[in-house]
Ligand binder design. Structure first.
Ligand SMILES: Cc1ncc(COP(=O)(O)O)c(C=O)c1O
Length: 421
């Protein structure tokens, strides 16, 4: 940052302002997390200078002996952390990881059966708005209207009808445990391969807080961000028999050279995710999400599916006469960050929505615990109910600032270093 301030003060000032924003706002966006400074150190390292197309021992560039060591370290750690037979740590992102699995096992026009975007699925699971829904034929299942949990009867019926080559599970906005053995049974019945995209919950799986999809799936994809709290990027786990196809699908299939500073940061991410302090963070994240869900229920909000098993909750705002876009803006005005989100069977458009999605990973990293959830619930409620009332909003914003200062992130203002362990 010191160099940047001299070389490009304009850009440096923007980064300084973003640093202050992260420090002085409450982050409740479920796909965000705060990485330890050592991860940023690796991602900002001289590894950015190196090219290394290919894989350890089989490169298309010279001078890769140390790069081979670091990629092998990342692969070994990913396999050990998740108990996988093979890992590819080169995907630049979660979407790239999914694209590569599709490229490895599908032909254009093949059918993917995956969770509906409107019920919590992801764009890269065959949505028409994504390349994945144009190259492949996306068929989508959803949740049951009564329980708001995945409708396995519908999954089975659609699988029998459409005979997908790939059955996909995993989501961006689904608060409940997925039944991987049941998905595998359905996949086997119709001769499909099973992919779980665990991007949101990978950290909770690594810590053993949620069941692992790995033993039940042919492929597991993920980001290293979100609850895994690490490097920007993605990775793929798969059965040994699919390793050559997956590796070829990443390079040369869908990517060029790996982003080596990210590959190294993934190695560190996997190491940190195996520690007891990470397991504590994962347990606390889930406990915090459950506690906030209870508190908001007591305040008259409806929590989709009645609660949560993981790091996130979906809040149906209709009982309060609010929409997601209004709520997102009201909360942002008091420095609380959430995102508007469709809820299952939402009557509103995706740009409006009836809900917000709240994730507890980032605040848990800042040291927020169960005892803080009633305070958080109260601030959320006061900002939402008091929107338009300058006095209430000013008061809430002041309390948000006090909470941020009491839970320092990277800077302990006036007291030396921040807290991340
Ligand atoms: C389930 C799921 N898969 C994939 C992705 C995409 O990850 P990326 O933004 O790294 O491409 C996301 C991101 O939100 C996600 O929630």
């Amino acid at each position: 940052m010191r160099q940047l301030g001299i070389v490009d003060p304009e850009l440096g000032a923007i980064l300084d302002r973003e640093a202050a924003r992260q420090e002085l706002t409450l982050e409740l966006i479920a796909s965000e997390s705060f990485v330890p400074p050592a991860i940023m150190e690796v991602q900002g390292s001289l590894l950015t200078n190196k090219y290394a197309e290919g894989y350890p021992g089989q490169r298309y560039h010279g001078g890769c002996q140390f790069i081979d060591a670091l990629e092998s370290l990342a692969i070994g750690r990913a396999m050990a952390l998740f108990g996988a037979e093979h890992a590819n740590v080169q995907p630049h992102s979660g979407v790239n990881a999914n694209l590569a699995v599709y490229q490895a096992v599908l032909q254009p026009g093949d059918t993917i059966l995956a969770m509906d975007l409107k019920h919590g699925g992801h764009l890269s699971h065959g949505s028409k708005a994504s390349l994945t829904g144009r190259v492949y034929r996306g068929v989508h299942y959803g949740v049951r209207p009564d329980t708001e949990r995945v409708d396995l009867d519908q999954v089975r019926a659609l699988a029998r009808e459409h005979r997908p080559r790939l059955l996909v599970t995993g989501a961006s906005a689904y608060p409940r445990i997925l039944d991987y053995p049941a998905f595998r049974e359905i996949a086997d019945e119709v001769g499909a391969l099973l992919l779980t995209d665990m991007a949101h919950i990978a950290g909770l799986v690594a810590a053993g807080v949620l069941p692992s999809p790995v033993p039940h799936c042919h492929f597991v994809t993920s980001t290293t961000t979100k609850t895994l709290r690490g490097a920007r990027g993605g990775f793929i786990l798969c059965r040994e028999e699919f390793a050559p196809a997956v590796d070829k699908a990443i390079f040369p299939g869908t990517q060029g050279g790996p982003i080596l500073q990210n590959v190294a940061a993934k190695a560190l991410t996997f190491k940190l995710a195996g520690t007891e302090s990470f397991a504590r963070y994962a347990r606390n994240t889930v406990a915090n999400a459950a506690a906030l869900a209870r508190n908001l229920t007591d305040r008259g909000y409806r929590i989709v599916s009645g609660g949560t098993d993981n790091h996130l909750l979906l809040v149906d705002l209709r009982p309060k006469g609010l929409t997601g876009d209004v709520a997102e803006r009201a909360l942002e005005s008091v420095d609380i960050m959430v995102n508007k989100n469709l809820i299952p069977f939402d009557p509103e458009k995706p740009t409006v929505t009836s809900g917000i999605r709240i994730g507890l990973g980032a605040l848990t990293t800042r040291g927020f615990g169960e005892k803080d959830m009633p305070v958080l619930g109260e601030l959320l409620d006061r900002a939402l109910q008091g929107r338009g009332d300058e006095k209430v909003l000013k008061d809430v914003k002041g309390q948000v600032l006090d909470l941020c200062l009491a839970h320092p992130l990277y800077c302990r203002f006036g007291e030396g270093d921040g807290l991340l362990d």
